[in-house]
Design a protein around this ligand. Sequence first.
Ligand code: NAP
Ligand code: ZN
Length: 351
Amino acid sequence: MIKSHALKIQNAGASMEHSVIERRELRKHDILIDIRYSGICHSDIHQGEGDWGEAIFPMVPGHEIAGIVAAVGSDVTKFSVGDRVGVGCFVDSCGECDYCLAGDEQYCTKGVVQTYNSLDYDGQPTYGGYSQNIVVTDRFVVRIPDKLNMDVAAPLLCAGITTYSPLKHWNAGPGKKVAIVGMGGLGHLAVQFAHAMGAEVTVLSQSLSKQEEAYTLGADHYYATRDQDTFSKLAGSFDLILNTVAANLDVNAYLSLLRVDGTLVNVGAPSKPDTYSVFSLILARRSLAGSLVGGIRETQEMLDFCAEHGIAPMIEVIGADPEEVQHAWERVKQSDVRYRFVIDTEQLNGN
Ligand code: NAP
Ligand code: ZN
């Protein structure tokens, strides 16, 4: 077994603590990655605090992983020691169902194996990126383009692909009016993607405090949702709304902002169910949708798109001390992060 220093949560809502975990010995298609940076996603907090129901503990969160290949199994041909690589939300899938074959591994019919809070197909719990190293089958490893620094690459592995994929799927592009709700980790990347795809981009944030940065990132318009006039002013405006908010919203109010045939896509995942009136859909042939992360092929495409278009998250790098990471979680919960915390996991060396 391979040892890895890690940050562990013993049970739902418990404080983070230092721990040493074991990674499996390399199988033929496995890659051992020395993790350099690990992003903090709001989903880590939802799962670590048990927001989404039962979870697997102890938990080592982290699914925004950037690192260097340290060793490869005998049948690995695509990667070599020293390569700069990333791992996102998934570490295995059946590879045979319609969705896997189409490159949508996240919807695998056998059940995709998540990077943490999941059981691997061998029955072992998976542990995520708040750790020194990870062993992953090569199919789930992507290459970080040379133009992207490792620290900014990490958040792209979840926040990046989770926003890129639906924007592409629902055709954000020239002539389309797209609104991004919530300018946090996901939202501030969504603004950059929608702009680079050629859409007219509006940010709907709780307050005006992020306005200047939104314009820098490529937004064309910006409104505060705390101002009720926003909803009357923008009624029937958008072709596509991407909701990245981690809390429940007034769904009817946001649906009213869509044009006929418009779509409200949820990627934000609050723990409690939303309610809405079906008339909000019927009266303008609107759609309400959701989207889960993105497939591996598309994740590579997204990283290459970022390198080509100069897209990167705005990050705050922190150390790997349990208290420091816990404090970062509290700040994420208060919407007090601009715009993604990234843990420098090299500091997780047991000293
Ligand atoms: P985040 O950095 O905390 O950003 C969320 C943003 O939502 C905040 O910055 C804030 O933006 C806004 N917000 C927060 N509380 C709000 C409230 N009560 N009312 C209105 N707006 C509020 O979180 P994140 O990491 O981007 O993740 C966002 C959500 O996406 C989480 O629920 C996460 O679990 C989910 N997620 C889903 C997927 C998927 O595959 N579907 C993947 C990753 C994450 P403003 O200050 O601009 O209002
Ligand atoms: Zn995530």
